[in-house]
Design a protein around this ligand. Structure first.
Ligand SMILES: NC(=O)c1ccc[n+]([C@@H]2O[C@H](COP(=O)([O-])OP(=O)(O)OC[C@H]3O[C@@H](n4cnc5c(N)ncnc54)[C@H](O)[C@@H]3O)[C@@H](O)[C@H]2O)c1
Length: 282
């Protein structure tokens, strides 16, 4: 049980006095109803690409995995019965995200791991021609969605003094990529949110990290690589001169989720074949 003084002394030490308090302790009052001792992981965007690979990697470690996505995935449906549950959820919608985490708490008693992989990208556009609706769509899935899921998972994790969050940022959130003036800033927001939350929740035993992939052989990059010239040009930016795989991203996510990474928090880990080390985006 968390009392008011806990927050006064710790969590809110970084906030100006008089800041409204969030009733984070509500979750601690709920009776635990865990069905088993298996860790419980929520993976947003887990029906495809990197999120799907993360869900499979976490499942392989023995976790119960709740995949939250706009749509259900046939691969996961086939694996039902082995601790994988699919929930239809639009991470932009506060009511969906609140309902998701309420359901996870009721069904499993806790949330041990959250991986935020739900994301969208805009077509490369000159900013002077960019439509505000497209900009809003990208920011609302990538930044607002990540915020909402971190907040809801964090309420339970902080109350239980335990939990791990891994956000999928991007090299586009580190380097300038002209023509990507919604996606890049949304991923920079994810990276900074990661650092902020890591510092805010460290004393509650909650670790928050991110990965920054480059070009990954996963659906988001597929359209770009329909064109061989685009592909060749893109790979000139990557010292390893190849695409990453979703499994290579998931392996790092899985490490960050594991107790082996117990002293890692606030990190945005580059998993991009050296692209962010080289630093050239054009
Ligand atoms: N593929 C890449 O090259 C690459 C590189 C860097 C970062 N990333 C990031 O990795 C993540 C996954 O990318 P991917 O290539 O696997 O893409 P993907 O399109 O295969 O997967 C994204 C998933 O997010 C889901 N989604 C989209 N909007 C949603 C919403 N509002 N609510 C819930 N779910 C939603 C989609 O249904 C899809 O299943 C994204 O956050 C992306 O920005 C991808």
């Amino acid at each position: 049980m968390i009392d008011e003084s806990t927050f006064t002394d710790s969590l809110f030490m970084y906030l100006p006095t008089g800041e409204p308090r969030v009733p984070l302790d509500e979750a601690a009052d709920e009776a635990p109803v865990a069905e088993s001792d298996r860790p419980v992981a929520v993976v947003t965007g887990g029906a495809s690409g990197i999120g799907r690979a993360c869900a499979q990697a976490l499942q392989a470690t023995g976790a119960i995995v709740v995949v939250a996505d706009l749509r259900a995935d046939a691969d996961h449906a086939a694996a039902r019965g082995s601790g994988l549950v699919q929930v239809v959820c639009d991470v932009r919608r506060e009511e969906d995200v609140v309902a998701l985490f309420d359901r996870v708490r009721v069904d499993f008693g806790r949330v041990d791991v959250l991986v935020n992989s739900a994301g969208v990208i805009e077509r490369a556009t000159r900013t002077i021609e960019q439509k505000v609706g497209d900009w809003d769509r990208v920011m609302s899935v990538n930044a607002r969605g990540t915020f909402l899921c971190c907040r809801e998972a964090g309420r339970t994790m902080v109350a239980r003094r335990s939990g791990v969050i891994v956000n999928i940022s991007s090299v586009a959130g580190i380097l300038a990529i002209p023509g990507s003036n919604a996606y890049g800033p949304s991923k920079a927001a994810v990276a900074l949110m990661t650092r902020n939350l890591a510092c805010e929740w460290a004393r509650f035993g909650v670790r928050v990290n991110a990965v920054a992939p480059g070009y990954v052989d996963a659906p988001m990059a597929h359209e770009l690589f329909q064109d061989e010239t685009m592909m060749r040009k893109a790979l000139e930016r990557v010292p390893q001169a190849r695409l990453g795989t979703a499994q290579e991203i998931a392996a790092v996510v899985s490490f960050l989720c594991s107790p082996v990474a117990g002293y890692v928090t606030g990190a945005v880990v580059p998993v991009n074949g050296g692209w962010s080390a080289l630093g050239s985006a054009s």
